[in-house]
Design a protein around this ligand. Structure first.
Ligand code: AOF
Ligand code: ZN
Length: 351
C-alpha cells in the first residue's frame, strides 16, 4: 500500500477516538513519521482541548526529529485563533518540512488558508489523500459547513412485507420489529448523532424516550413535530432534565418551541433545517413515522438511510417509506442477527 495512504489510515483510526466527544469539532488524528517510522501520534479529544497536530507534536520524545519528519493529518491544519492557536503556525515554528492532508477544512475560518500559510513558509503540502474516506469520517461536520444544514440520517425498521407496524386492529402495544443486535446498533447511532426527530404519532403510539441506553454514549437532543401543540407533557420525551423541543405551527407555538409556518407539502422542513443550522446541530436522525420520513424524502432532505428489514410478516398496516425514490441510492447491506440492514447513501461528497 502507498505509504501516504497507510499513514492516513492511521490518522483516521486515531481520529475516531473522538467520535463521541469532539463535536461540534471534527474528528482529527495526526501522525508524525521519521524515516518511515511513526515517532508521534495524537488526536483531538474535545472542543477547547489541543488539536490533533499539537498532541502529536507533544508526544514526540526528541523534537530534533521534527525538522526531518512528515506530518500526516486528516484535516487541513487550522489557520485561525479559535479556542486554541493556529496549528499551521506551530508546524512552521517547529520547522516540520512536509505535511500530508486528507480533507481541506470547509470551516469558513480556515478553508484553504491553513495550506496556504504552510506553503508560503516553504512547507511542502500534499492534499486530498484518501479524501473520500476522510469525508465519510467527518460527514456530519462537512455536510453542516457545506450545505448549511445538519447531516440527515433516516432510520426505520420494517417487516419483510414492508410495514412499519401492523394494522391498528391487531396492535395494542407497539411491536418490536428489530432484533436485539439491531436495537444495539440503533443505540450506537443515537450516541454518535447530535439530535433526533420524530413525528407526533410516533411520540404518542410508541411513547419512546429516545435516549441512549443499550450502549455507553451521550444522549441526543430530541425534537418532536407537534403542529398544534397537542402532545401531553406526560410523554417520556418530555420527562427529563432536557425535555424534547416541540416543533409547532406559528399559530400555536410557545416561547420554548421552534415556531414555523407549517404547510402540508413539507416545504417547511427546509426552514426547520435553517433553524437547526443556527442551533449548531450538525447531525440529525429522523426515526419516523412513515409520514415524517416520506416528508424528508419528498424534500430531498436526507444523506443516509437505514432500512432495518426483519423476517416478520405483518400482512398489512402502516407502509414503510417510498422505496422507489430510495432504491437508486442503494449502497450496501449487512446482517444483524436475523435482520438485514439496507444502507442507502445520498452523500454530497464534493467533486
Ligand atoms: C486542526 N486540527 O485537530 C481540529 C481542527 O475552537 P477551536 O480552536 O478548537 O477550532 C475548531 C475548528 O478548528 C473546527 O471547526 C475546525 O475548523 C478546526 N479543527 N483543526 O487543525 C484539529 N479539530
Ligand atoms: Zn488546529
Amino acid at each position: 500500500m502507498d505509504e501516504h495512504i497507510q499513514f492516513m489510515h492511521r490518522c483516521f483510526q486515531l481520529a475516531a477516538h473522538g467520535r463521541y466527544t469532539a463535536r461540534p469539532n471534527p474528528v482529527v488524528g495526526a501522525v508524525l513519521v521519521y524515516q518511515g517510522r511513526i515517532i508521534g501520534e495524537g488526536w483531538h479529544h474535545m472542543p477547547g482541548e489541543p488539536h490533533a497536530e499539537v498532541m502529536a507534536i507533544r508526544s514526540v520524545k526528541d523534537e530534533i526529529f521534527l525538522t526531518k519528519s512528515t506530518l500526516y493529518v486528516n484535516l487541513e491544519p487550522c489557520s485561525h485563533y479559535g479556542r486554541t492557536p493556529p496549528c499551521a503556525l506551530l508546524i512552521i515554528d517547529k520547522k516540520i518540512p512536509k505535511v500530508v492532508v486528507s480533507n481541506l477544512d470547509p470551516n469558513p475560518l480556515v478553508s484553504g488558508r491553513g495550506v496556504h500559510m504552510l506553503q508560503s513558509h516553504q512547507t511542502e503540502v500534499i492534499t486530498r489523500v484518501e479524501e473520500a474516506r476522510g469525508w465519510d469520517l467527518n460527514r456530519y461536520f462537512f455536510t453542516y459547513h457545506t450545505l448549511k444544514r445538519p447531516f440527515i440520517h433516516l432510520k426505520w425498521a420494517e417487516s419483510a412485507d414492508g410495514f412499519l407496524a401492523p394494522s391498528s386492529e391487531s396492535s395494542g402495544q407497539p411491536i418490536l420489529v428489530s432484533s436485539p443486535q439491531s436495537l444495539r446498533l440503533a443505540h450506537q447511532l443515537r450516541a454518535s448523532i447530535q439530535a433526533i426527530l420524530i413525528g407526533s404519532k410516533t411520540a404518542t403510539v410508541d411513547n419512546p424516550s429516545l435516549t441512549t441506553r443499550r450502549v455507553d454514549g451521550p444522549n441526543p437532543l430530541r425534537f418532536v413535530i407537534d403542529r398544534r401543540r397537542k402532545l401531553p407533557e406526560s410523554l417520556k420525551i418530555f420527562q427529563s432534565d432536557t425535555p424534547a423541543i416541540r416543533i409547532v405551527d406559528l399559530r400555536y407555538a410557545q416561547k420554548e418551541d421552534i415556531a414555523l409556518r407549517m404547510t402540508d407539502d413539507w416545504d417547511w422542513l427546509n426552514a426547520l433545517m435553517d433553524e437547526l443550522y443556527l442551533r449548531n446541530i450538525q447531525s440529525l436522525q429522523v426515526e419516523g413515522g412513515a409520514l415524517v420520513l416520506n416528508g424528508f424524502i419528498s424534500q430531498g432532505l436526507w444523506d443516509e438511510a437505514w432500512m432495518i428489514k426483519s423476517l416478520m410478516h405483518f400482512g398489512g398496516g402502516v407502509k414503510g417509506p417510498a422505496k422507489d425514490v430510495i432504491w437508486p441510492f442503494y449502497s450496501h447491506n449487512f446482517q444483524s442477527d436475523t435482520d438485514t440492514i439496507f444502507v442507502f447513501r445520498n452523500l454530497r461528497f464534493p467533486k
